[in-house]
Design a protein around this ligand. Structure first.
Ligand code: CO
Ligand code: ZN
Length: 330
């Protein structure tokens, strides 16, 4: 599975520029889907037919990632940029980004007069090796993704864009392992989550699911001076109860807990005080859906060293398979 993780996390795909990601996911799921389509916004949706006795269930994992976009190029050939999604200035100095044409840039910032402070994004720039505006290999409007190699160190897996390529891996693996299902399943590999859970909303409006389950990362409370939070790396799949954009459907949370208990899958309950997922979009689409989220605990979210635990990933896959292969009584 690490080969698949490496392939997905290292790929380019800032929000709005997910074509390459779609091309990587499609061959992984083709053989397991009864139908495969791409909608106008770019969501890749795989349909797997149920036996007619179940519900219409939508799964959502986002294929986009945070990134940057060139907003201005100086006479000396340095690129000023804006953010695509939640880019954190304190994670930027010395970072490398890669553009769609292969150009690699290094991020630095204007001189700090007070080193205890951090500049905002507007005082950072990308050095792409140009010496003037004329020989700059990228243009205003070009997006770039962060560039970092996948690292597997024991059970700890580290990469840029674990958020949410690891959720995509959970979806892909569950689809592969699912032998039979009573439900009509729609696996949506969604776009533009990082800029406001947009792709999942239009996908859910088309699919009109009874139940929506997002697969995404969540924060942990197990590092020095972290915000108090009950989720710990290595303690199992996180069943979301609430985040700042959604209160999960109580019946669905109970089904998730019950399936985990029956199958002996380790899990923890998640209350996230900041941030949300595609589950929010599914919940408020059309006339509404019973929505929830299976979260993969992740340290250092929105840095280039997002870290998950392989056992947690496996627990999330197993839990999803258990939920989808049995009736869902809300
Ligand atoms: Co994110
Ligand atoms: Zn995410």
């Amino acid at each position: 599975m690490n080969d698949l993780i490496k392939k997905l996390v290292e790929a380019f795909g800032p929000s709005g520029f997910e074509d390459g990601m779609r091309d990587l996911v499609r061959p992984e799921i083709e053989a397991y889907a009864d139908d495969l389509r791409v909608d106008n916004l770019g969501n890749l949706i795989a349909y797997k037919k149920g036996d007619g006795s179940g519900l219409k269930v939508m799964l959502a994992a986002h294929i986009d990632e945070i990134g940057v976009m060139v907003s201005h190029i100086t006479e000396e050939g340095f690129c000023r940029f804006t953010n695509i999604g939640g880019v954190l200035p304190h994670n930027l100095n010395g970072s490398r980004v890669q553009f769609a044409n292969g150009t690699v840039g290094i991020i630095s910032s204007d001189r700090l007069t007070d080193r205890s402070k951090i500049h905002g994004l507007d005082k950072h720039y990308i050095d792409v090796g140009a010496s003037s505006k004329e020989d700059c290999p990228v243009s205003v409007g070009d997006p770039a993704g962060f560039k970092r190699e996948f690292l597997a160190q024991g059970k700890r897996l580290t990469a840029k864009s674990m958020d949410d390529r690891i959720g995509c891996v959970v979806a892909i693996e569950a689809l592969k392992r699912l032998e039979s299902t009573p439900h009509d399943l729609y696996f949506a590999f969604t776009v533009q989550e990082e800029v406001g859970v947009r792709g999942a909303l239009t996908a859910a409006n088309q699919i009109d699911p009874d139940v929506g389950i997002a697969l995404d990362v969540t924060l942990t409370g197990d590092v020095p001076e972290s915000n108090p939070m009950a989720v710990r790396l290595g303690d199992g799949a996180a069943i979301k109860v609430k985040d700042s954009g959604m209160i999960a459907h109580v019946g669905l949370v109970n089904v998730m807990k019950q399936r985990a208990d029956e199958a002996g899958i380790s899990y923890q309950l998640e209350v996230l005080t900041g941030g949300s997922t595609d589950a929010r979009s599914m919940q408020i689409s059309n006339g509404g859906a019973a929505a929830g989220c299976i979260s993969i605990p992740c340290r250092y979210v929105h840095s280039q060293s997002e870290t998950v635990d392989a056992d947690d990933v496996e627990a999330c896959i197993q839990l999803l398979v258990e939920i989808l292969s049995k009736p869902i009584e809300l």
